[in-house]
Design a protein around this ligand. Sequence first.
Ligand code: SAM
Length: 285
Amino acid sequence: MSDSSMGTLYVVATPIGNLEDLSPRAARVLGEVALVAAEDTRHTARLLRHLGLSVPMLSLHEHNEAARVAQLDARLAAGESIALVSDAGTPLISDPGFVLVRELRARGRRIVPLPGPCALVTALSAAGLPTDRFLFSGFLPAKGSGRRGRLEALARREETLVFYESPHRIRDTLADLATCLGGRRLVLARELSKAFETFLDGTAAELLERMATDPDQARGEFVIMVAGAPPREDEEAAAVDADALLAAMLVEGVGVKQAAAVAARVLGGGKKAWYARAQALKDGD
Ligand code: SAM
């Protein structure tokens, strides 16, 4: 079969909150395809209704994606074009679609991405944290131990760290960020492009305090952005400063345990490590 008779899979980004963010190109393509493969057909039905379109839909989510490949491939081979959409934003970005795109690309099908909303890029564009290099790590594990393990593994990365988070876990995640990444600067982007869009800036502990006084700040959808680790040379200089800080506290009569707790809170890292360092400084006088 020649290329021109083959259908195209369009990967279509849809709004993350504000329907005006749907591109005219996306609206046109959604009206032209034979089929829309949607993460949740009821959700996408609302978008299509808003556009005045009536297009056949098929569900495509993490549980049936692999099983849908052959079916969708056959329709492309028959010359039909298909739009892939998720509930919000860009498909495949913490959303279904990866298996389908990988398999169709392996089969030589034509795949055309339609650029558009994506929560992580939208959040980064207004956060004021470095964007020349960033590390997107999707959703952190749901369980505390797994979450802390992932954060420990990322603690030395110098890029801005970006995570997605739901309102159910935002407080637990901020608490773990306070434990694992200490006094780093965070920017929390909430409800992007919606009525209650908010950017909060501070340490994880400060943001938790803010949520305690204003529980609305814990509602909605979040992108968490965390300043990367200081570059190694800065870190060495900071280590010297850390020793000076610990030594000053000890000279002023602060106990080893409290000095370690202050250092962990201000500079980040585990209390145990700071305790050992403070004890060594004390022993060495
Ligand atoms: N594919 C989407 C994208 O391109 O951004 C992401 C889908 S993922 C299942 C949903 C998560 O994205 C939410 O839990 C939240 O972390 C983030 N998100 C989506 N919309 C958002 C918004 N309007 N404001 C802040 N975060 C949002």
